[in-house]
Design a protein around this ligand. Structure first.
Ligand code: SAH
Ligand code: AVI
Length: 321
């Protein structure tokens, strides 16, 4: 059975995008939140990224799920799996299979801003998991999102290292808010990319074939389509830098010339100096003790910590309390 519920009003995307543009592109340091990458084209480009030889996190997380999903299923008899930022749900299959075979799984609730990703993931899953109720939610997991009521233990999964796309204050707020939506006995399965050498990290976020650049420039195409802006994506270049102090990759779109971008629907013109940068995304990298402390501050106790054999990436299982 498949149902899909929109937790965003029909024009919420445009309204929220207008607000983000008015705020982010008029600030001294221009920036936009990364959720706007993920229209149908952006979701496809992210899937392409996951197949790049440089982009190790997806394979590393899949390796961990393949090795430990049975253990995860044995640790908690989950009734509902809620997955935030589920995208293609491709790796999640390993978890769904284990939770079904070794536990009590009845319902899967994928949550994503990308309706196209949710629909295509569910279409594929329904073929293999006939008795599973799939209740997809089109929602922003950072604002106004509410976990649907469950009548048994719930596991919240937040995979792919997407928590790294939050700033530290956003992470604290997010973890506290999902903790507040959970009950004693519920669990959090969290994927986190780990700190490693700069060369590996920069290559993962600036691949030689330019797929990551196209993914980031897709943001400009979203602004052109949704707000009738007049960006020429070719007049920007993708930049990825390692910030060693904050331990995150910073990604930006750098203007290749002096130019003014017009947003007629907002009555706004945005000047870019040559080499001026629009900050598009951070991707924070973690260490075990830092994650343990952040989880504890939100009311979670870290119970299990698994890494891939090369120790590039970690999956942790925490419980409420
Ligand atoms: N979990 C998948 C996809 C990661 S890509 C994997 O591991 O491969 C990040 C996903 O989060 C995308 O599907 C994107 O559409 C979704 N996303 C990004 N920001 C979001 C937000 N604020 N609310 C809900 N979903 C979001
Ligand atoms: C979704 N998220 C975990 C990706 C990451 O690795 O930070 C987004 C991404 N941006 C560029 N490449 C991948």
């Amino acid at each position: 059975m498949f149902t899909i519920t929109r937790h965003l009003p029909i024009n919420a995307a445009t309204t929220a995008l207008r607000e983000d543009v008015l705020q982010g592109l008029t600030a001294a340091q221009k920036s936009l939140p990364p959720k706007w990458f993920y229209d149908a084209r952006g979701s496809e480009l992210f899937e392409e990224i996951t197949h790049l030889p440089e982009y190790y996190p997806t394979n590393a997380e899949r390796e961990i799920l393949a090795a430990h999903s049975t253990e995860i299923a044995a640790a908690i008899a989950v009734h509902t799996l809620v997955e935030l930022g589920s995208g293609s749900s491709e790796k999640t299959r390993l978890l769904l299979t284990a939770l079904r075979e070794n536990g009590n799984l009845r319902r899967y609730v994928p949550v994503d801003v990308s309706e196209s990703a949710l629909r295509s993931a569910a279409t594929g899953l329904l073929k293999n998991y006939q008795n599973l109720a799939i209740h997809a939610l089109v929602a922003d997991f950072q604002s106004g999102f509410v976990v649907p009521p469950t009548d048994g233990p719930m596991m919240l999964a937040f995979l792919g290292g997407t928590i790294g796309n939050f700033f530290p204050d956003e992470r604290a707020h997010f973890l506290a808010s999902i903790r507040d939506m959970s009950q004693p006995g519920d669990a959090l399965l969290l994927g986190t990319d780990l700190v490693k050498d700069e060369q590996t990290l920069v290559a993962a976020y600036n691949d030689v074939t330019g797929v990551t650049a196209a993914f980031h420039k897709n943001l400009l195409s979203v602004l052109n389509r949704e707000l009738a802006a007049d960006f020429n994506p070719e007049m920007f270049e993708h930049v990825a830098l390692w910030n060693a102090e904050s331990e995150w990759i910073e990604m930006r779109l750098r203007s290749l010339r002096q130019q003014t971008i017009n947003f007629p629907t907002l009555g706004l013109s945005v000047p870019f100096a040559r080499d001026e940068e629009l900050r598009t995304e951070i991707s924070a990298k973690f260490r075990k003790e830092g994650i343990r402390a952040e989880l504890a501050a939100a009311g979670y106790t870290l119970k299990y910590w698994w890494t891939d054999v090369a120790e590039r990436y970690a999956l942790s299982l925490s419980v409420v309390g």
